[in-house]
Design a protein around this ligand. Structure first.
Ligand code: ZN
Length: 184
């Protein structure tokens, strides 16, 4: 199983690479890694297991965070309406997005970043993504608000982008015009 030991931290060059497209169908090993990534994210939110294995709670993980430069992400979370998003995805791609931006009022964190970074991280308020799931089925997801932000954070990892790259350097709490604050 994956634990925090396997999670690479900022400074590791893989986090800054453009991850490679996974040739589908995936190999047994790729499928195994992605399944383990999803299990890790789920376990990290379980009080007992996270304590037992010393896991920092997270809602998503991207393969580059394990030092694997491939386009795979796992997410597991519930939105404010109680809808559950639980996916292991190959080659997720944003195919369209809103003009409007959104940001989390409390900022963002990352399992690869062991420090608090203050500031707003403006992202698209709504996105549509395509990908292939763990069962080999193509998926198309329309996401907004918190869900859109989580997926963008993870897809950014596939492009060598860290969340703090989006924070305004001069004024970390600058709010772009029309951007929507998401409380979560
Ligand atoms: Zn992250």
């Amino acid at each position: 199983m994956i634990t925090m030991k396997e999670v690479v931290r900022e400074g590791n060059p893989t986090l800054r690479e453009i991850a490679k497209v996974v040739t589908l169908p995936p190999t047994e090993e790729e499928l195994d890694v992605l399944n383990k990534m999803l299990t890790f994210v789920k376990n990290s939110q379980d009080d007992e297991l996270s304590k037992k294995y010393n896991l920092r709670p997270g809602v998503g993980l991207a393969a580059p965070q394990l030092g694997i430069s491939k386009r795979m992400i796992a997410v597991h979370f519930e939105d404010s309406k109680g809808k559950i998003y639980s996916y292991g995805l190959f080659n997720p791609k944003i195919i369209s997005h809103s003009v409007q931006l959104a940001f989390l009022g409390g900022g963002e964190g990352c399992l690869s970043v062991d420090r608090q970074v203050d500031g707003y991280v403006p992202r698209y308020a709504r996105i549509t993504i395509t990908a292939v799931d763990l069962n080999g089925n193509p998926v198309k997801l329309r996401l907004k608000d918190y869900a859109a932000i989580v997926f963008q954070h993870e897809i950014d990892h596939l492009n060598g982008v860290m969340f703090y790259d989006h924070i305004n350097k001069d004024n970390p709490f600058f709010i772009p015009e029309g951007a929507k604050e998401i409380e979560f």
